[in-house]
Design a binder for this molecule. Structure first.
Ligand code: MLT
Ligand code: ZN
Length: 487
């Protein structure tokens, strides 16, 4: 075993590095690697165009054994590895550094659904399966895999697991962590850990899979997973409603859970500005409510029986909420097309903000009951800091997870606004911490929040994290520079 190559040192690779790269090529065969700049280019930049990296080679193994072979070679030669799935990270977790020494390890060719067991309500998949394919295969077996998020058409389940992705159904089904029963992992030194258990109960000591879930590729490479399935809902009721004010969202949330027999699967907050941007910038966004409102909620019930119980429950809920002045306008989807149109608005607001110009994004969580206070305090602090600033909050309010994004004042230059980024981040994150929240609810830490982590985690917590990293990746080759500064 060799010492790792010095990172961030262009030109560091020497003969030992070149030999190792040749060994990787041989281990993977012609289809299993590329050094073609045009193939590598899109994989070396993150979706937000913040992080740009280089790689000595793109390794595209087809089997777990090949992944193990690559990691063994890298371990022997001290070459760092950046694992990558669909490259949809919001925090730069899947982008290698700029040294050019790293191996970019794509799981994209490992994309088979291996088994669906409708009795066990489980599904065994390879890490490179696209999330939407996983959902579709489960549905074809009359089962639900509930993880759902904007990038589902391209993100891969291995990346979802490695980043403990959240999304729009967490309220009812939990985060990715709650949806995984077992994992197969290749360790940093190239051994294969078969933890592909499909047990609902297994109390045999430390539950190691949970170390890898949410580790963002810094401890090992997830190659397969056993996922938890659920009964496929047979009836959905989807509504968009305008609220009396921000506080009304908490009362409506409580009522919605009770009215549906806890079949509430999504409860998403949309500030008025987000829909205005969507209508302005996205041609296919169809106006759902006649007027503009400050605060709207998209909520969905997912019932297990066919019929119209959920729709009736939604009508009763909203009528009552209207009478009580909680809700001031609402539309319930009357067809699949209308449901899709409403959900399209929710997705469109992310792109719409980018089309408006510069944006500063956050992914914070606070206790659900404190969401209105969090938004009010953040708005007030930013408005005091920058005249005319446009807060752009939306997200999974049912989970206490708000994407408290910010757009510049009308007329301000992007550069002027971006110069405020650190102060804005600090202000929003301080308020989050003050409300006992988290600075990363569902997107992870990656490179984006790595240096901020020590401000919000205790020295003891960070020390325990470092010890875990040290134990599983002693020479620091797995996705270095992500999550932990010195990791
Ligand atoms: C969302 O909930 O729409 C996303 O997590 C936000 C994003 O991708 O920035
Ligand atoms: Zn989100």
């Amino acid at each position: 075993m060799a010492d790792p190559l010095p990172l961030n040192t262009p030109g560091a690779p020497g003969p030992r590095h070149r030999d190792a790269i040749e060994q990787i090529k041989q281990a993977l065969g012609d289809k299993g690697w590329s050094q073609d700049p045009s193939v590598l280019a899109p994989l070396l930049v993150d979706t937000r165009d913040y992080y740009h990296g280089k790689a000595a080679i793109l390794a595209r193994p087809e089997t777990t054994e090949q992944v193990a072979e690559v990691l063994k070679i890298c371990h022997e030669a001290g070459i760092p590895v950046t694992p990558q799935g669909g490259n949809t990270s919001r925090v730069g977790s899947a982008t290698p550094d700029e040294s050019g020494a790293q191996v970019l390890l794509s799981l994209a060719r490992m994309n088979r659904v291996l088994e669906i067991d409708p009795v066990d309500y489980t599904m065994t998949v390879e890490a490179g399966c696209v999330l939407q394919d996983v959902q579709n295969k489960a549905a074809a077996a009359d089962r639900l895999f509930p993880l759902s998020l904007g990038a589902e058409g391209s993100c891969m389940i291995g990346g979802n697991i490695a980043s403990n992705a959240g999304g729009i159904n967490v309220l009812r089904y939990g985060n990715t962590r709650d949806l995984v029963l077992g994992l197969e992992v290749v360790t940093a030194d190239g051994q294969i850990w078969n933890g592909l258990r499909r047990l609902r109960k297994d109390n045999t000591g430390y539950d190691l899979k949970h170390l890898f879930i949410g580790s963002e590729g810094t401890l090992g490479v997830i190659t397969k997973a056993v996922l938890k399935l659920f009964p496929l809902p047979k009836e959905k009721a989807t509504a968009l409603c305008a609220l009396r004010d921000l506080d009304a969202c908490l009362e409506l949330l409580t009522r919605a859970r009770a009215a549906s027999g806890d079949a509430l699967s999504s409860f998403e907050l949309l500030a008025g500005i987000t829909l205005n941007f969507a209508y302005r910038h996205i041609d296919t966004a169809k106006r759902a409510l006649g007027e503009e409102y400050d605060w709207q909620v998209l909520l969905e019930f997912s019932g297990l029986e066919a019929g119209d119980m959920m729709n009736q429950a939604m009508e009763t809920l909203l009528e009552q909420a209207f009478e009580d002045g909680l809700v001031i306008d609402a539309v319930i989807a009357q067809s699949e097309q209308q449901r899709a149109d409403i959900w399209f608005l929710r997705e469109a607001i992310v792109e719409a903000q980018l089309k408006e110009g510069a944006s500063i994004k956050h992914d914070v969580s606070v206790p659900v009951s404190r969401v209105p206070e969090f938004i009010r305090r953040s708005n007030a602090a930013l408005e005091e800091m920058i005249e005319g600033v446009r807060p752009y909050p939306f997200g999974h309010v049912g989970d206490g997870n708000i994407h408290y994004n910010v757009s510049p004042p009308v007329g301000a230059s992007d550069a002027e606004f971006v110069a405020w980024k650190e102060r804005i981040n600090e202000t929003v994150h301080r308020i989050t911490a003050d409300l006992e929240g988290s600075i990363s609810a569902e997107h992870g830490v990656g490179q984006l929040k790595r240096d901020e982590l020590p401000l919000y985690k205790s020295a003891l917590e960070l020390e325990m994290m470092r010890k875990v990293k040290q134990a599983l990746d002693p020479i620091g080759l797995m996705n270095p520079g992500k999550v932990l500064k010195d990791g």
